[in-house]
Design a protein around this ligand. Structure first.
Ligand SMILES: N[C@@H](CCC(=O)N[C@@H](CS)C(=O)NCC(=O)O)C(=O)O
Length: 232
């Protein structure tokens, strides 16, 4: 059954915009240790959209097994499947979700492009935060490697901090995919040894995000097993 206006897809639970069939559920493949997985899952949690989660155990290399490589040729998480489409790369998934469900999309066309500009920047710059956290948490690397990646990571955090000095959100007047994408990639910063209190505007922004209905941190949001996710 297809509805063409804003409708509760499941009573009291999910509001989905556009011509979305009630049974065409979104599926996310991901891992509970992955900031890239967190980004679309946070979007769906904040948008109060039910979806199916399929775990890909990175510890055991499930992302490189043939079955999963058929889903995601890069052998990485996350992947989204919806309406017969397979979408990979977390920022492309955020773009897709904003277009498909209508949430967290800035109000003007200029700001919609600006939000996507932030997502592209995020992949260049905040990725350094994720790299430092990854080396810190999962590998033993030469200290020179850490010394190489830490300054651009701190520079990225400072850039966000400066941007937020006189505004609440990265784009426009409300939370958008830019905020979800940038926050989502840096969410494990403490595991990389970055103390968020060094960036007060960034800290205040994170508190604004945390105050939103449906917000959860990755270890509370992403299950370690397959699960049907229902908004709280
Ligand atoms: N640019 C990609 C990065 C995806 C990525 O690196 N995912 C990591 C987890 S955060 C992964 O799957 N790592 C497993 C591997 O590289 O084998 C995105 O944003 O989706």
């Amino acid at each position: 059954m297809v509805r063409r206006t804003w409708v509760p897809a499941f009573a009291g639970m999910t509001i989905i915009k556009g011509s979305m069939a009630l049974d065409d559920r979104i599926t996310i493949y991901g891992s509970f240790t992955s900031s890239s997985t967190y980004k679309p899952m946070l979007y769906l949690a904040l948008a109060r959209i039910a979806f199916s989660f399929r775990t890909v155990n990175l510890k055991y290399g499930a992302q490189k097994l043939p079955d999963y490589l058929e889903v995601n040729r890069y052998g990485k998480v996350p992947t989204l499947r919806h309406r017969g489409l397979t979408i990979v790369q977390s920022n492309v998934i955020l773009d897709y979700l904003a277009r498909a469900t209508g949430h967290f999309e800035p109000a003007t066309e200029q700001d919609r492009w600006r939000a996507r500009e932030w997502l592209s920047w995020e992949a260049d710059a905040i990725t350094n935060v994720a790299r430092v956290r990854h080396y810190h948490r999962f590998r033993t690397v030469d200290p020179a490697v850490m010394a190489y990646f830490r300054p651009p990571a701190e520079e990225a955090l400072s850039f966000i901090d400066q941007t937020l000095a006189d505004r609440q959100w990265l784009v426009g007047e409300t939370c958008s995919i830019a905020d979800i994408g940038c926050w989502g990639r840096m969410v494990f910063m403490a595991e990389g040894g970055f103390d968020i209190t060094n960036w007060p505007n960034l800290l205040a922004w994170s508190e604004r995000l945390k105050a939103m209905p449906g917000f959860a941190l990755p270890y509370d949001l992403i299950p370690s097993k397959d699960r049907e996710m229902v908004p709280a």
